[in-house]
Design a binder for this molecule. Structure first.
Ligand code: DQQ
Length: 563
């Protein structure tokens, strides 16, 4: 028998014994797994105040929690290279969500139940105050199993060491479950009956699943007869998140909170689209079923936390600030700014806003008031380093009768933004900011609103449009966009906040109703060469009633320091 035939036999045998390489929607570059990152170029795109490790690959935020006065963030990390692989739970701590100190990885492959990887999961605070982590381990057969880990020394506020008991895995995929699509346990919640519940993301062909398990002691978990929720045609549900929000006010709620004064949020990260969608709805503790409100969808027509580069997000309840905080992974290698999240007054969507601790990085400020921008006008914001800035602006709109007509077939905001970019003159808008712009404006990212006249009310679109930049041939320069649910005819004004951080632009439209994060990699508009303008390309004049821009300081971002 020739060598080639032997090799075939071996492959067939191996394939029968183990599942194919564990399925996750990350590209594996085996040749780069142990490479150091390249030396940084002088044109540095490294962000300063977005969470990131000093080097190497990072993806999903994992198990955020608050313990004994310290915030903990774990994250999917490759200790050996700048691409996905060798995944461990890296660990950083902070007292203010702004300055971060790295600690050694908390959870790393070491036991049969996680020897091929320690994937995403969540933390739960147990009734005695101790945290527990549930995470996905990849076992020797490349099956995805769920494991539990506890702090070795609960007296240590930094929770440096974690113990993974030998009785793991605590949840195995049974015969009905696809073992290569079974991952990312949520924070658990406890019902009035004293049973813990947790959801694990999965799929059955194209049916996305939130598989439900129950436990009395957090160790023995029993699968419920039906999933908490599922949706046809959505594919694998990665990183599900399930939590309550108060019907009124901005305070966050503990994940186990129950009662009539709240609604529930179910968020799924769809492997098929690589975007996330959430629904608002009701959770019945008796039936252990979640039912989205009428008109809400888990698929690509649904609501999104962020209409840009944002995935695998996770929330946690912060008892110190009585708020729920959200983090997302902004592909490439950063997390977004932690955001407080609450239910909008109308109860039809969530609102997000950067945690207020971020404001302590605000340094030198420039301000402009009562500026009228007529068609084609622009105004340069000078006097601060605009490649690392926080900009807040309120636009007053006039001439709503000049708004372009809205075609009801325009369902996809991103397509609409592509079609009607920042350089396509309009009636009311496009108006907004050009950020990370080169001196000659050949390179720029437009963050802008465009107002249309719909049948019943005006339709407002928020876009991030990087497409007009002439530099960076061959680099993906997507337009991202979302509709903004406001009554512009009544309000007559709309606000925008953009966090600019070298290669991240994170925008919050209308006080955080529509959010967009982009990664942009300017060639010329880096460091001190970056410019910032307000512009208007619409026929109707807009007035900037107030614009404030702050240069942002640089926190300790995971540079080794003693906690
Ligand atoms: N990333 C993890 C998985 C998760 C995916 C692996 C989402 O657990 O499903 O690094 O980005």
């Amino acid at each position: 028998m020739g060598g080639a035939a032997v090799a075939w036999l071996f492959v067939l045998f191996a394939a029968a014994a183990i599942l194919p390489a564990a399925e996750a929607a990350h590209t594996v570059y085996s040749e780069y797994q142990t490479h150091e990152p390249e030396k940084l170029s002088p044109q540095d795109h490294r962000t300063a105040y977005h969470f990131q490790p000093p080097k190497n690959w990072i993806n999903d935020p994992n198990g955020p929690l608050f313990y004994k006065g310290v915030y903990h963030l774990f994250y999917q990390y490759n200790p050996k290279g700048a691409v996905w692989g060798n995944i461990v739970w890296a660990h950083s701590v902070s007292r203010d969500l702004v300055n971060w100190i790295p600690l050694p990885p908390a959870i790393y492959p070491s036991k049969p139940f996680d020897i091929n990887g320690c994937w995403s999961g969540s933390a739960t605070i147990l009734p005695d105050g101790r945290p527990a982590i549930l995470y996905t381990g990849i076992d020797p057969r490349n099956r995805q199993v769920q494991n539990v880990a506890f702090p070795k020394d609960p007296a240590d506020p930094y929770l440096r060491e974690w113990v993974k008991p030998d009785y793991n895995p605590v949840i195995n995929p049974d015969a009905a479950i696809n073992a290569s699509a079974f991952r990312d346990p949520t924070t658990a919640w406890r019902g009035g009956d004293g049973w813990w519940r947790v959801v694990v993301g999965s799929k059955n062909d194209l049916q996305g699943l939130a598989v439900l398990y129950r436990s009395k002691d957090f160790v023995r978990w029993v699968k419920a007869a039906a999933p908490l929720h599922s949706a046809a045609g959505t594919g694998m549900w990665e990183c599900p998140d399930f939590f309550p929000v108060a019907r009124r006010g901005r305070n966050g709620l503990d994940t186990s909170a129950a009662g009539p004064a709240l609604k529930h949020v179910m968020k799924v990260s769809l492997d098929l689209t690589r975007f996330e969608y959430y629904t608002l709805g009701s959770y019945s503790p008796e039936k252990d079923r979640y039912l989205p409100d009428a008109g809400m969808a888990d698929d690509r027509t649904g609501l999104r936390y962020d209409y840009g580069n944002f995935y695998a997000s996770k929330t946690f309840y912060d008892p110190a600030g009585r708020r729920r905080i959200l983090w997302g992974w902004s592909n490439e290698s950063d997390s977004t700014i932690p955001r407080a999240v609450w239910l909008d007054n109308g109860g039809r969507q969530l609102v997000q806003w950067p945690v207020q601790e971020l404001e302590k990085l605000r340094g030198k400020k420039v301000e402009a008031r009562d500026l009228i921008l007529r068609k084609g006008a622009r105004y340069e914001i000078k006097g601060i380093l605009t490649s690392q800035a926080d900009v807040e602006v309120t636009f007053e709109v006039t001439g709503l009768e000049k708004a372009e007509g809205f075609d009801p077939r325009w369902k996809d905001a991103q397509e609409l933004c592509k079609k009607k970019g920042a350089d396509v003159a309009g009636g009311v808008g496009p108006f907004g900011l050009w950020v990370l712009a080169s001196g000659d404006l050949s390179e720029r990212t437009a963050v802008f609103f465009r107002v249309f006249k719909g049948k019943e009310k005006h339709v407002v679109l928020l876009c991030h449009d990087d497409s007009s930049s002439t530099s960076r041939a061959g680099v993906w320069k997507p337009s991202f966009a979302g509709f903004v649910d406001v009554d512009i005819q009544k309000d007559r004004k709309i606000s925008l906040r953009s966090l600019i951080d070298a290669s991240v632009v994170e925008s919050f439209g209308a006080g955080g109703k529509t959010c967009i994060t982009s990664r942009v990699y300017p060639v010329h508009a880096v460091g001190g060469a970056a410019h910032l303008h307000a512009f208007n390309n619409g026929a109707a004049a807009v007035k900037i009633s107030l614009l404030r821009a702050w240069q942002m300081g640089t926190p300790n971002m995971n540079q080794p320091t003693e906690p």
